[in-house]
Write a protein that binds this ligand. Structure first.
Ligand code: ZN
Length: 375
């Protein structure tokens, strides 16, 4: 005859069940150790949509479309409805809106004075995490600069290079991969040094091949030409992930469609990067994709029976065709002010939903790693 379980046993199994449930909640509420921010520069919704259809001839075919959380981010600057990358990235990296062309500073007086604002990358450096920046634009350009520099004008290239090697927190960005090699050479020459010497003095391995990142504690890879994105990002993550405290990585990919083919190709390149990184990054990694602002691209036509790229090319070959008057995809060459999409996965990503200000992305990253902002 089967004996019914004693009250004690039943109680024990209820408690065990509760403990299981509790540990499941604990796992879900875990803090992020790493944060990876993918920034599609000028990657507005119309650009992402056209890029995906151009590449795959299916709607919503990108990896970012499958990410579990998404929302719409306002991108306006403090003084303008339509932002540049400087104010756009400052909002994301510092949680503060600033004026156009400013890089992680706030206007603080009528005389043009500005005050630096601490960036998420600087918090990460201060707390001993490893940090990296990978971009297919110039390493001193507004988006990467807003991670590590504080200047009133994004055009102040010499000052941005100076600050790159004179960090306010920690030892500065550990891995830098981007363009602008000849700019760096010119900038350091003005200060009676060479880029090689200056980076070596700051303990960087300096070169033009992203492969040098593997095994280098600190590396600066500067070039004047494109490079393969996935190997560069994978090598950077492999290196940064050696730090048990975690890492912050910002990857910027240029999605401006003033050159339509390049812009849309970059959409797919970055999407492939995010797919790859999502497969290899640990569960303790918050992954965010967003844009700093949208762009004047519109998909105005196209039949499902023929590849979109073919239809676009046919129209583009007609006499008098311009970027702006193509009936398949037209581009007005300029930034636009509508919201951009943010997609996210990993710890803290559930806060990416609904409509929000771009400054909220800073708050989301800080909360994900359990940090509080300085007073
Ligand atoms: Zn931009």
């Amino acid at each position: 005859m089967m004996r019914s379980p004693s009250t004690k046993c039943r109680l024990a199994s209820v408690v065990a069940g509760m403990m299981l449930a509790c540990s499941a909640i604990a796992v879900q509420a875990q803090e992020a150790r790493n944060v990876i921010l993918f920034l599609g520069d000028a990657g507005g919704v119309p650009t992402l949509s056209a890029g995906g259809i151009m590449a795959h001839d299916r709607p919503q075919s990108l990896f970012i479309h499958s990410m579990p959380n998404m929302g719409l981010s306002d991108t306006s600057a403090l003084n303008n409805w339509v932002t540049d990358s400087g104010a756009g990235m400052t909002a994301i990296m510092t949680g503060q809106k600033t004026n156009g062309s400013m890089i992680s500073v706030l206007p603080s007086g009528a005389d043009g004075a500005v005050t630096p604002v601490k960036t998420f990358l600087e918090y990460a450096e201060e707390k001993g995490l490893s940090t990296g920046i990978v971009t297919n634009m110039k390493i001193w350009d507004a988006t990467p600069a807003a991670c590590y520099a504080h200047v009133a004008s994004r055009k102040n290239q010499d000052e941005i290079f100076k600050q790159m090697l004179a960090p306010r927190f920690g030892d500065g960005v550990d891995i830098l991969i981007g363009k602008g090699r000849s700019d760096a050479i010119a900038s350091f020459a003005k200060r009676q040094t060479t880029a090689e010497q200056a980076f070596a003095q700051a303990s960087y391995m300096f070169g033009d091949d992203p492969a040098i990142v593997r095994g280098a504690k600190r590396a600066a890879v500067l070039r004047d030409s494109d490079f393969a994105p996935i190997p560069a990002v994978e090598a950077t993550i492999a290196q940064l992930a050696r730090n048990p405290k975690g890492y912050f990585l910002m990857v910027e990919w240029d999605m401006h469609t003033d050159n339509l083919a390049n812009g849309l190709k970059h959409v797919v390149e970055m999407d492939d990067m995010i797919r790859r990184v999502s497969a290899v990054a640990g569960k303790d990694t918050l992954i965010l994709f967003t844009a700093d602002h949208s762009f004047g691209l519109r998909m105005g036509g196209g039949k499902r029976s023929t590849p979109l790229a073919e239809q676009y090319a046919t129209e583009a070959a007609k006499p008098g065709a311009t970027l702006a008057n193509n009936p398949i995809i037209s581009v007005e060459d300029g930034h636009t002010g509508e919201e951009v999409i943010t997609t996210a996965s990993g710890p803290g990503s559930e806060k990416v939903r609904g409509f929000f200000a771009n400054t909220k992305l800073f708050d989301i990253m800080m909360a994900a790693v359990g940090w509080t902002k300085d007073k």
